[in-house]
Design a protein around this ligand. Structure first.
Ligand code: SF4
Ligand code: SF4
Length: 350
C-alpha cells in the first residue's frame, strides 16, 4: 500500500435529517475516541507528510466532542501536517464551533440545496440559512456550499446558485444525484440550467475576478481515472470497520453476506491491525476499480469510449443504481456527455 494522504472518520451514523437522495443507512452507532486514536496511531508510520482528515457522518456535529478530542490528539503529532475538513448539514452549527473551525483552519462543506432545500427537509430551511449567514460573517473563506439536485429539482439549479452568489458566499458547487434515472426531459432541463448559470457566473467573474462555482473551474486533470479508495485513503466507520472509502460502507456495510463485503472491507480495527496479508489482498482488490475497466449496461467497455480521458465515475455511486461495482448506468454516460460538451464550450469562451 502507498502512503496515506486522506483519512475519513465517519463519527456517527445518526442524522437529524432524512434527505431523499442520501444513500446512508441511519443507525445509532457512534465511534469512541479510543477507537479513533487507535486508528490514527496505528496508521502513523504510513502517513504522508500532509494528510487530509475528514469528519463525516451521519451528521458529525451530533458527535461534536469527538471532533474536539481528535484535533487535540493530533496536535501532539509533529511529523504530519493535518488539514481538517468537515461535511455537515449545518442545522446544528453553533457560533463557538465556527470559532474552533477558524482556529484550526477547517475546510467546511455545508450541504444546502437552495430553492430545493424545502423539498429536501422543509423544517431545516431557517436553521441552515442562519448557519450560512453566521459562516459568511465569521469565517467567509472557510466553507463551500454543496447543493444537490435531482431530476425532480434540477429546474431550480441556476436560480438557487444565483441566489447564493448574490448573497456573497465565496465557494459554491453543485452535485447531481446519479443514483436515480435521468430521462431525456431532465437532461434538457439540465442543459438549459447550465447555460443560464454560465452567463451569470461570467458576469460575476468579470466583476470580482474570481470564479465562485467549483464546477466551472478547470481542474486541469486528464488521463484515466482510478478510484482512490484503499490506495492513498482509508475510512473508519461507526461500527469500527475499516474501508478504502466511506462510500463502500453505504453500498456494502449492511450486507455482510454479500461477496463484495469480504473483498472490500478490511475488517474491524483489531483484525485490521493483525492481518497484514489480508490487508494487502483487500488493497489489491481496490486497485481494479479503474475507469478503463468499467462497462455500461449495454456491455460497452469504457476503455473503448472516446470520452474515457475526460470521464471519472465513482464506482460506488454507479453501483448504488446498478448493484454491481464497475457497471455504469446508461443515464450516467449521457450526463457525462452533456457535461463534457458543456465544459468544452465553457473553456472555449474563456
Ligand atoms: S471514486 Fe468514489 S469510492 Fe472511490 S475514492 Fe472517490 S468517492 Fe470514494
Ligand atoms: S461516458 Fe460512459 S462509457 Fe464513456 S468513459 Fe464515461 S462512463 Fe464509460
Amino acid at each position: 500500500m502507498q502512503e496515506l494522504s486522506s483519512l475519513t472518520l465517519v463519527l456517527t451514523d445518526k442524522c437529524n435529517f432524512s434527505c431523499p437522495y442520501c444513500p446512508q443507512h441511519r443507525g445509532k452507532k457512534t465511534l469512541k475516541i479510543e477507537a479513533i486514536k487507535d486508528f490514527l496511531d496505528y496508521l502513523k508510520p504510513r502517513l504522508a507528510e500532509e494528510v487530509w482528515l475528514g469528519f463525516y457522518g451521519g451528521e458529525p456535529l451530533l458527535a461534536w466532542p469527538l471532533v474536539e478530542k481528535t484535533v487535540e490528539h493530533l496536535q501532539k503529532s509533529r511529523k504530519t501536517k493535518f488539514h481538517f475538513t468537515l461535511t455537515s448539514n449545518g442545522s446544528l452549527l453553533k457560533k463557538e464551533q465556527i470559532v474552533f473551525f477558524k482556529e484550526n483552519k477547517f475546510e467546511l462543506v455545508l450541504s444546502y440545496d437552495g430553492l430545493a432545500q424545502a423539498k429536501r427537509d422543509p423544517g431545516s430551511v431557517v436553521a441552515v440559512e442562519k448557519a450560512l449567514a453566521d459562516l459568511k460573517k465569521n469565517y467567509p473563506e472557510g466553507y463551500t456550499i454543496n447543493s444537490v439536485f435531482t431530476p425532480a429539482t434540477v429546474s431550480m439549479l441556476s436560480a438557487s446558485i444565483e441566489i447564493l452568489m448574490g448573497q456573497g458566499h465565496r465557494n459554491l458547487q453543485y452535485s447531481l444525484d446519479l443514483s436515480v434515472p435521468w430521462q431525456d426531459f431532465d437532461l434538457m432541463v439540465l442543459q438549459r440550467e447550465l447555460n443560464r448559470l454560465a452567463g451569470r457566473c461570467l458576469e460575476v467573474q468579470n466583476k470580482t475576478g474570481r470564479m465562485t462555482l467549483e464546477n466551472f473551474k478547470d481542474s486541469g486533470k486528464k488521463g484515466i481515472f482510478a478510484c482512490f479508495a484503499g490506495r492513498d485513503r482509508l475510512a473508519l466507520l461507526p461500527d469500527n470497520t475499516v474501508w478504502g472509502c466511506y462510500l463502500f460502507y453505504d453500498l456494502l456495510g449492511h450486507r455482510p453476506d454479500h461477496p463484495d463485503y469480504k473483498k472490500y472491507c478490511f475488517g474491524k480495527m483489531p483484525a485490521f491491525k493483525k492481518d497484514k496479508a489480508r490487508n494487502d489482498a483487500v488493497a489489491s482488490n481496490y486497485r481494479d476499480l479503474r475507469q478503463d475497466y468499467f462497462f455500461t449496461e449495454t456491455k460497452e467497455l469504457c476503455s473503448l469510449c472516446d470520452k474515457l480521458e475526460n470521464c471519472s465515475v465513482c464506482p460506488v455511486v454507479a453501483a448504488l443504481a446498478t448493484s454491481e461495482l464497475g457497471l455504469i448506468p446508461t443515464w450516467t454516460c449521457r450526463l457525462k456527455a452533456l457535461q463534457t460538451r458543456f465544459k468544452a464550450q465553457w473553456t472555449a469562451i474563456h
